[in-house]
Structures are given as structure tokens and as C-alpha cells.
Write a protein that binds this ligand. Sequence first.
Ligand code: NAP
Length: 311
Amino acid sequence: MENTIIIGGGPSGYTAAIYTSRALLQPKLFSGATPGGQITLTNDLENYPGFPEGIGGFEIFQKLDEQAKKFGSEIINEIVTEVDLKNHPFTVKTESAVYQTKSIIIATGASPRKLNIPGEKEFTGKGVSYCATCDGFFFRGKHVAVIGGGNSALDEGIFLTRFASKVSIIHRRDRLRGSAILQERAQRNEKIEFIWDTVVEEIQGDQMVQNLKLKNVKTNEISNFPIDGVFVFIGYNPNSELFNGQLNLDEEGYILVNEKKQTNIPGVFAAGDIEDKIYRQVSTCVGAGTIAALETEKFLAALEGKAYPGK
Ligand code: NAP
């Protein structure tokens, strides 16, 4: 019987592991398909407090991993395939084992949203990418398009100018959603051009991406746009399929929690991008993981009739 199982190995999950292992609860953390989560796809974090020079996404993941293990967290590189939250103790299944646990912290994060247009799936990995840090290098001296108008599109678009000869940011409106500092930085970058009021209708090519079929949403004009690569940054969808029908979710699939990160089932907590669709910062995920871990400690103490330290 486990005290607590943490599902997801991004900043929220790792923070929860650090806190619960330091409270001697011997947590097991299942890191899923992308250990480290979205930070490992980010080149540089410039706004994570305490690192004035910035810190690499992969580097911060390595440090979180080291810190969680130092206090006794068990990190398991497996995907959770099924959970039963209806009966307590809860059941968590992976491909290789079945676990019983008194509490669960869900930190499964979110995945890049897809355009869902013809050619996107066919050319994924053949010129279509959702990760500039992973794939930018392959586009040295090439012309790439970035789809989106938020902070991710701007941040990653700026990063891509290290490799690409030209970056065209294609946005469906005539105003950006991203922050002022990134807007200004992108607009000052000579390699970046903006294409406004435009959506991609189709991604075309032979073996690799060669062309985008674009539509101007104001004039309805259709045009061809020869291109070597497409980076899609149009937001994220919560990874909550496992919990469908077992937990209260909102209409977009985010897990509903209160300020204590409690879900509608006592003993099940959720933290990070799986429950937060507004802030989505590494710093806020760290905070959410902390709250979920402290509330888990309290829940377990009450379950066993022990006083929670300091209460
Ligand atoms: P986002 O803020 O939700 O922006 C998504 C962008 O994609 C919007 O401009 C949206 O257009 C566009 N879009 C959505 N669906 C589309 C579709 N089907 N076709 C074309 N365009 C579409 O997502 P994000 O940029 O990934 O950012 C997510 C969160 O992470 C935000 O809170 C952001 O602040 C944070 N973040 C922060 C940093 C940083 O601080 N350096 C870096 C990256 C991300 P509309 O504007 O028309 O809705």
C-alpha cells in the first residue's frame, strides 16, 4: 500500500515529490511519456525566480529529479494506463504493475494543441513540429513558419531565428496575445515577419513540407506559401483522458480543484497545467505542486488519526 502516488513528472509532479518525500511519505512518481514534461521542450527559462541568467529547461528537470531522489522519491519511467478513483484505497495501473494507494496527486500537464488540418498528421516529423528546442537545429538556413500569436509562438519564433534564415509568424488575428516584452523583441528581430489575419488551411509537400495553403480571414483570399518547416504553437490541451467520468472536469477537460488543489474526491489532488488554464508558468506549477503535497500530508495524517504537524 502506497501513501501517495504522483502521476506526471513535470515541475508540479516533481515539486509534490520533493515535499512528500521530505515528509517521509515515500512517494512513487510516474513520469509518463515525457519525463520532465513541457520544460524539457523549452530552451531557456528567463523568468524562473532565482536564475537571473536564465536556466535551461532540461537542466531544471535534472535538478528536480536529483532533489526528489535525494529525499527518497521513487521515480518510475512508466505510463499510467488506468486508475480507479471510485474505491478507496485507489488503484493505479501501469503496463507492468498494479498499485494500491491512499492518495493521488495528478500532475499530468497538457499537450500541444493541433491545428487539425489536412497534411498536419502526415508531415509531423517531416517538417511539422511542436518543439523548437527539439527540431530547430534541422532548419539551419531554412525558411520556417510559426503558427500562433501567444507567448509560445513569440518565444519559440525568436529562438528559431538562431537557425532559420527567416521566420514567418502566421496569426489568425491582427493583434498578438503574447506579452509586451516578447512582442517588442520579435518585432525588432530582422529575421521575423508577421502575417496577420491568416489561417493555414492545408500543409502540402512531397516527402517533406514544401507549401502552406493560406487563407486571409478578412478577404477570404487563398494563397500558396512555399516553406521548409512549420512550428505549431496554438496552446495546449489538458491530459485528463484517464480521469474522464471519475473526476469533475470543466468543459475543456481541465480538472476542477479548489484553492487546496482538492478534486471532488477526497485524497485525490491535482496540480499544474492539468488544472490551471490561466497562468501555466513553471513558478505557478511549483506552487501548485507544493499546495497539493502539503494537503496530501494533511489528508494522510487525518486518515491515520494523527495530528498534522503544527496543527
Ligand atoms: P495561448 O496563450 O493560449 O496562445 C495560443 C495562440 O494560438 C493564440 O494567439 C491563439 O489565437 C492561437 N490559436 C489558438 N487556436 C488556434 C487555431 N486553431 N488556429 C490558429 N491559431 C490558433 O498559448 P501559448 O502561447 O502556448 O501560451 C500558453 C501559456 O503559457 C500562456 O499562459 C503563456 O503566457 C505561457 N507561456 C509563457 C512564456 C513566457 O513567459 N516566456 C512562454 C511560453 C508560454 P488568438 O490570440 O486569436 O486566440
